[in-house]
Design a protein around this ligand. Structure first.
Ligand SMILES: [Cu+2]
Length: 168
């Protein structure tokens, strides 16, 4: 279907001057729409306009996130407002526990490794950053700080995503 629309859009684009040069507005939107954000086991990048909830997260030099656990409904788009109230750099990285562990190990070996994805926020001391994430799947996920040593020191939180109809 998308392929057909693209082909149609291209055909239109290459035949200037035709009456239907501007095509059908609906089809045009579909044809130029960027491909959907990469879906991870723990969800996908959220549309800030669709955020139904804002969650404030505080990170401290005590190597803790507060709150340290969250419950979210499947499908919900959450805007995380992540504050670093410590004096060293902290970051919030969403993921599955095995992924976060693996990533934390990698960060220990390569402390200057640059990483930036929609599911993470690197926050300088005293600053605030945001993450907008849609939790498309039910299950238990985590968020951790992957600054070397922080994850091991307990800088990790838990996100429970409740499936449709599931109760707390
Ligand atoms: Cu940290």
């Amino acid at each position: 279907m998308i392929r057909t629309l693209l082909a149609a859009a291209l055909a239109i684009a290459f035949v200037p001057g035709q009456a239907f040069a501007h095509g059908d507005a609906k089809n045009e939107t579909k044809a130029v729409k960027p491909k959907s954000a990469e879906e991870k086991a723990f969800g996908r990048e959220g549309d800030p306009k669709k955020a139904s909830r804002t969650v404030k997260i505080d990170m401290s030099d005590e190597m803790r996130f507060s709150p340290g656990s969250l419950t979210i409904k499947q499908g919900e788009t959450v805007k995380f407002v992540v504050k670093n109230s410590g004096k060293t750099m902290h970051e919030m990285v969403l993921g599955t526990l095995p992924e976060l562990r693996e990533h934390a190990e990698l960060m220990k070996k390569h402390p200057t490794m640059e990483h930036d994805e929609p599911y993470m926020a690197h926050v300088m001391p005293g600053k605030t950053e945001t993450i907008v994430w849609q939790f498309t799947r039910a299950g238990e996920f985590h968020y951790g700080c992957l600054a070397p040593g922080h994850f091991e020191a307990g800088m990790v939180g838990q996100v429970r995503v409740l499936g449709k109809g599931e109760k707390k």
